[in-house]
Design a protein around this ligand. Structure first.
Ligand code: ADP
Ligand code: ADP
Length: 231
């Protein structure tokens, strides 16, 4: 479903050029649940931004669901991104003035889905993450773990083929982290492909595969055999 070959990404600031991704190749199949690990500055976010069609790269090839997406313009990228990819961030990125339900409906507003269907689909997504009793609350009226569940509902409401999460448990305590990882495991068991950046090895135990980056290079790719089911 995701195939990249020889991806190079550099950042130029003034007369300094930094190689953020140094000839990275990898494949991710539908149904995988993959952790991206490595020290700060190793290129994890850069890779996810490229795979999520949020950022371009200098050279290499990216095939997403059989389509070459290496050289799209912004409009084409946005169209594919909205259809194929759901994003989840450490900081939740919810709209503070909107209710939980309205936050989850937002991607469907952009997709031009009519009001009645929007509400039905958003309620279904919220049910899937166990938040049916909080739909009218505002983000500041719910806990961090509940906010992340809203963000997950918002990410899945469009039925994307892949979920991309950048440190999704970075702001959560360990008990809430387990709850969120269980939701990810359930979504994965139902067929959603998940790609997740984490620096916590306990969190990576919930995945099926661990990619490790160092200095912009993929240095290790291991199956996670004893997929943790939680305590
Ligand atoms: P990680 O997510 O593993 O912490 P990043 O992908 O954020 O790593 O960063 C990889 C390298 O690229 C780091 O050295 C970082 O400072 C640099 N970098 C990331 N984004 C930018 C940017 N927009 N401009 C300049 N340098 C950047
Ligand atoms: P993460 O915690 O996911 O690794 P970072 O804190 O490295 O994220 O980066 C957050 C944002 O800042 C990213 O969008 C990245 O592109 C940008 N960034 C990172 N390093 C630099 C840098 N040296 N110069 C400019 N922007 C950067």
């Amino acid at each position: 479903m995701i195939s990249i070959k020889n991806i190079v990404k550099t950042y130029t600031t003034g007369d300094e050029t930094l190689v953020a991704l140094d000839n990275v190749s990898l494949e991710i199949m539908a149904g995988e649940f993959t952790a991206i690990m490595g020290p700060s500055g190793s290129g994890k976010s850069t890779l996810m931004n490229i795979l999520g069609l949020l950022d371009r790269f200098d050279s290499g090839t990216y095939i997403l669901n059989g389509q070459n997406v290496s050289d799209l313009n912004d409009k084409e990228s946005a169209k594919i991104r909205n259809k194929e990819i759901g994003f989840i961030f450490q900081s939740f990125n919810l709209m503070p003035r909107m209710s939980v339900l309205e936050n989850v409906e937002l991607p469907l507003v952009y997709a031009g889905v009519k009001s009645k269907e929007r509400k039905e689909r958003a309620l279904k997504a919220l049910e899937r993450v166990g938040l049916s009793d909080r739909v009218k609350h505002k983000p500041n009226e719910i806990s961090g773990g509940q906010k992340q569940r809203v963000a997950i509902a918002r990410a899945i409401v469009n039925n994307p083929s892949v979920l991309m999460a950048d440190e999704p448990t970075g702001n959560l305590d360990s008990k809430t982290t387990v709850d969120i990882m269980r939701i990810f495991q359930e979504l994965n068991a139902e067929g959603t492909t998940i790609l997740m950046i984490t620096h916590e090895s306990e969190v990576s135990l919930y995945t099926k595969r661990i990619l490790t980056f160092n200095d912009g290079a993929l240095v290790d790719d291991q199956p996670q055999k004893s997929v943790y089911k939680g305590a």
